[in-house]
Design a protein around this ligand. Sequence first.
Ligand code: UDP
Length: 239
Amino acid sequence: TERSAKYKRILLKLSGEALTGEQDFGIDPKVLDRMALEIGQLVGIGVQVGIVVGGGNLFRGAALHAAGMDRVTGDHMGMLATVMNALAMRDALERANIRSRVMSAIPMSGVVEHYDRRTAIRYLTSGDVVIFSAGTGNPFFTTDSAACLRGIEIDANVVIKATKVDGVYDKDPVKHPDAAKYDRLSYDDVLDQKLGVMDLTAICLVRDHDMPVRVFDMTRHGALLNLVMGGREGTIVDN
Ligand code: UDP
């Protein structure tokens, strides 16, 4: 096949919730297996794939804090949750014969490699999928910010945020049947209209570094491949 991809190196952000599938907590192996296949299709056409996984399916610092826990401790638990998700994702990829690595922003010797940018780029260049876990390694940040940060660091062509809806809408499409989808937005549109694409820290980071963001529906089979091949999927946020 001589089709060439629009993006050579991507940073894919998978939220923790995306890994829950039909369950209401934890990790659904069926969802992981399906994602592994879709990611494998990209690797198969030579696209370099970095992944940042969330942890919201297990723990969120803000929610633990609301229930009375120290916020920083809660955020540490949230970051550890992302490492669990990353291990499960690696397992699914390896079972699908897709070479992959997990790096963690928090050193965890014997379990995963410590994040190192140059090593990560070497792995990506050699065709390994690299899963970046433990977010930024700092409390008070989100994995969306981690995705934008890693995307910029590894010089990805795009940050792709996988969601359950096909892009960014002017209002919640689940509650409002008349909600309108945006095909394209500027960073400032997102900021001015307070569209909940990502948190403000993440949006400011991509804006300052001109990193395009795509938001799309990962629950639709083939959508990821279509997006990477240049197809119209979801919403693009750029300048
Ligand atoms: N977290 C953090 N620093 C980071 C990234 C994540 O402290 O750089 C913590 C934070 O408590 C967050 C949790 O890890 O709630 C899980 O990440 P997130 O909520 O972004 O996951 P997602 O919503 O994508 O599943």
